[in-house]
Design a protein around this ligand. Structure first.
Ligand code: SF4
Length: 440
């Protein structure tokens, strides 16, 4: 694959094209590919278009050709121009002043300029040589988040509507083989009521999450998506596991906007060890199908799986970057009772935070949540994630009756609005003004 950010071209010789809709973006990408122009998806960078959209980056050598190609096909982008990087602000300079190891500082600066780092360099970023370099990494990620996304923490609400699953992932408390877990599945009426609670808070995006159900559920899910759109007009993120391309298309047609499908790890051996029912290449194919269906992509990974190395995590981050994912959740492994990994130790807090920071540095304006698993691992985990590059929080809006049975891992933190407000305040960040009746 060509280097995503085309660093072999003269500096500045990268162009970016942005469309108002995902459909046009996909159409343009297809046209470019069929004309032999390599284009890569990235979250739209600051200054080129709104957040939560996808842009295409390509070699500026093809700029005029792409301009003509798009115009011949009646496609009118809102931006088609050479890439400009955002000049470093004061916070970035301050962070870099903390660097103790000159080579580490050079690496941070190079990554900021979007010069694609190698796997070894990402591994080095994840392994700051001294405590001062560790602090500099935090400061750099926080500065970049501040410059490109601002201080507002995006709040989303999740409804975990069912815990039945046909798979047996070794780390997950919902796995089919866990006979101890009482199973539940909310009907559409109950789900709509829970979504109504999310709406009442002023939240604009609801995440519908469940175990991987059988394909028979598709029709009822399509009806649910339509009802949510009609009644509440919320943006919808689905997190339903692997399904068919036809299902993805049906969900998208019904109005769902984003799809969260975590890859968990891109290390083939680790992936195979913990996913007895899944295949890594197939998981990657599903992510491509989701894009083909027109979804904004969410994905993510676990830090601390058995056999995982720092190089594996570096590879994960490069994969997310190359995918151009719009939402990337990074959380520690946490043991779940009655699973094959119930005695495996939790993931390391510092390494997870460094993975969050490096993801921020490499993946531009992607939405990075302060994950519930980090909040569970450490009482300050959510606040720390916000300080290490995260910019969003997912509240759990599952009705109380069911909440205890959506235990992906033990002692899952109860992340409600009060909990989120505390973290936001402590991290000196801002609650979005769309949240009703609450100030942090
Ligand atoms: S991780 Fe997802 S697919 Fe795997 S067992 Fe848990 S709910 Fe099922």
């Amino acid at each position: 694959m060509l280097d995503k950010f085309l660093t072999k071209q003269p500096k500045g010789d990268r162009w970016i094209v942005v469309f108002p809709s995902m459909q046009q973006t996909l159409q343009a990408h297809q046209l470019m590919e069929s004309s032999g122009v390599q284009g890569d998806f990235i979250p739209t960078p600051k200054g080129f278009g709104p957040v939560c959209t996808t842009a295409i980056v390509f070699s500026g050598f093809h700029g005029p050709e792409v301009q003509e190609l798009l115009s011949n096909h009646g496609l009118h982008p809102q931006a088609l121009e050479p890439w400009r990087s955002v000049p470093p602000g004061e916070a970035w300079q301050n962070a870099l002043e903390q660097v103790e190891t000159a080579a580490y500082g050079d690496l941070l600066n190079r990554v900021r300029e979007m010069n694609a780092p190698s796997l070894e360099e990402v591994e080095q970023l994840l392994s700051p040589p001294t405590p001062a370099d560790h602090r500099a990494l935090q400061g750099a990620a926080d500065a970049l988040r501040q410059e490109t996304l601002g201080d507002v923490v995006d709040i989303r609400g999740a409804v975990e509507f069912g815990n039945q699953c046909r798979k047996n992932c070794h780390y997950c408390g919902l796995r089919k083989g866990n006979q101890q877990l009482p199973r539940y599945r909310m009907d559409n009426k109950a789900i709509l009521a829970a979504v109504g609670d999310v709406y009442a808070l002023g939240i604009r995006t609801v995440i519908l999450q469940s175990g991987e159900e059988s394909p028979e559920a598709t029709e009822s899910l399509v009806e649910l998506i339509k009802s949510i759109k009609k009644q509440y007009g919320l943006r919808i993120t689905l997190s339903l596991g692997e399904r068919s391309l036809e299902d993805y298309r049906a969900f998208r047609r019904a109005g769902a906007n984003n799809y969260l499908l975590r890859i968990e790890t891109t290390d083939p051996e680790v992936f195979a060890r913990v996913h007895p029912d899944d295949d890594l290449q197939e998981r990657k194919q599903h992510l491509l199908w989701l894009r083909e269906a027109g979804f904004l992509l969410g994905t993510g990974g676990i830090v601390g799986l058995p056999g995982q190395r720092v190089a594996s995590i570096a590879q994960d981050i490069l994969y997310w970057r190359d995918l151009g994912a719009n939402m990337i959740g990074v959380g520690p492994f946490l043991p779940a009772e009655h699973t094959p990994l119930e005695n495996h130790p939790p993931g390391d807090l510092d390494l997870t935070l460094r993975a969050v920071a490096v993801t921020r540095l490499l993946c531009g304006r992607a939405f990075i949540p302060a994950t519930t698993s980090l909040a569970t691992l450490h009482p300050d985990g959510q606040r720390l994630a916000l300080e290490w590059g995260a910019n969003s929080i997912m509240l759990i809006n599952t009705p109380e009756t069911y909440r205890a049975n959506y235990q992906l891992y033990q002692k899952k933190a109860k992340v409600d609005l009060d909990f989120a407000c505390r973290s936001i305040k402590e991290a000196r960040r801002i609650l979005p003004n769309y949240i009703r009746g609450v100030t942090c």
